[in-house]
Every structure is written in C-alpha cells, then in structure tokens.
Ligand binder design. Structure first.
Ligand SMILES: [Zn+2]
Length: 92
C-alpha cells in the first residue's frame, strides 16, 4: 500500500501523454486550481521517472524502485514543500 496518493486522473491524460512524446524537460511546473490532483500527478511522474523497468508511460509498480517509492522510502525522492503550502496544510 502506498503512503502517497499516486495517480494520473483522466483529466490529466492529455498532459501525461504529451510528457512522453518529446524529450523530458529538466523541470516541470504544475499549476492549477486546488483539488484537481496536481500532487497525485507529480507523484506519478516522480515514480515513473524513478522506475527501473517502465513498461510504457506508467511505472511498473513491481521493481525495487517502485516498491521503495510506494513505501515512502525511496532514497532518491524528496518531497519539497513551499512555505505557503506548508502553512496551508498546517491550517487545515
Ligand atoms: Zn518500477
């Protein structure tokens, strides 16, 4: 079971597919209104980029990297929050 909510929602599929059709940019800014799944999208992207044997556009969910990611212990993954986001979560 994942400690993160990792998902590409149907309304993200166009953006997700576009990411894999060209060379991956060195940085991606994900913006949009609250509640549309930006965090789940970012986590799905991180998991896919760290996956050791991706079968396609999604991570395999079976390799050691995917298992570490889903367990919240991947040594190469760091979730960095902005001050504003940290304060918003503390208020909720
Ligand atoms: Zn994998």
């Amino acid at each position: 079971m994942s400690v993160f909510h990792v998902q590409v929602y149907p309304w993200h599929e166009e953006h997700w597919t576009r990411l894999w059709q060209a060379s991956m940019p060195h940085a991606i800014l994900i913006v949009g209104p609250s509640g549309i799944g930006k965090r789940a999208f970012a986590l799905a992207l991180a998991k896919r980029l760290l996956c050791e044997s991706p079968p396609g556009e999604l991570a395999c969910d079976a390799c050691p990297s995917c298992r570490w990611f889903l367990g919240g212990i991947h040594p190469d993954f760091r979730w960095v929050f902005s001050e504003a986001e940290t304060e918003a979560e503390a208020d909720s």
